[in-house]
Design a protein. Structure first.
Length: 217
């Protein structure tokens, strides 16, 4: 089945449940809560490259956000975790807060792929390694989203899309206890961090994409 709004073709398959192995982690020391006594933090002891644990979510642009919303919810069975009314919906097909986000766009596009890493230290280590090789790939970070709660850092991937390292996303284990919210202020984008660059909302190659989607003549 293909959703015309996003041009995304969906194949539904029943696959084995993903069981992620937890890495033992002592937690962060806090005021009055010393959980890592007389030890350096694991985040400063790690060596070697950062390895994402999984592809957690993708964000795609839809030229018909409402019909894409219906396609993914009523058609495929995704659940809505949060909404930016008239603009976007965060949807899940797992216990993660979102696996797919559909946002209004003037042209169908892949906006981002988002890769789960162990924790915020791995986001920082990954960013340091990546930007050490090519500082021009920085897009936006470090910050924390309000919707989904995840720490984030965004980069340009080699194909020109955005790519995110994220950790500590909300997990919805009981649908009945989660209330989807409608977000219309800056929390739709983030809770804290540097302000997003304009290109995050309107990618720099948007005009080119629109031109090739609607060739003149
Ligand atoms: Fe994301």
């Amino acid at each position: 089945m293909t959703d015309p709004g996003t041009d995304v073709r969906v194949n539904v398959e029943i696959a084995a449940r993903i069981e992620q192995k937890a890495t033992p982690w002592p937690g962060f020391n806090g005021p009055g809560a010393i959980v890592r006594a007389t030890k350096r933090a694991p985040g400063v002891l790690r060596v070697g490259p950062v390895r994402p644990r999984k592809l957690g979510h993708v964000v795609v642009g839809s030229t018909d956000q409402e019909s894409s919303h219906r396609f993914f919810t009523a058609g495929i069975g995704f659940k809505v975790s949060d909404r930016i009314p008239g603009v976007a919906a965060f949807m899940r097909c797992s216990t993660d807060h979102h696996n797919v986000m559909i946002q209004h766009a003037p042209v169908t596009m892949l906006h981002q792929t988002s890769w789960q890493v162990e924790d915020v230290d791995e986001i920082g280590r990954g960013a340091t390694a990546l930007l050490g090789k090519d500082p021009g790939r920085h897009v936006w970070g470090l910050g924390r989203h309000h919707v989904g709660s995840n720490f984030f850092w965004y980069f340009k991937d080699p194909a020109g899309n955005f790519s995110e390292y994220y950790s500590d996303m909300d997990c919805i284990l009981d649908d009945a206890l989660w209330k989807a919210g409608d977000w219309t202020d800056s929390r739709a984008l983030y809770s804290w961090g540097p302000p997003p660059p304009p290109s995050f909302i309107n990618p720099e190659d948007l005009a080119d994409m629109m031109a090739s989607a609607h060739p003149a003549g």
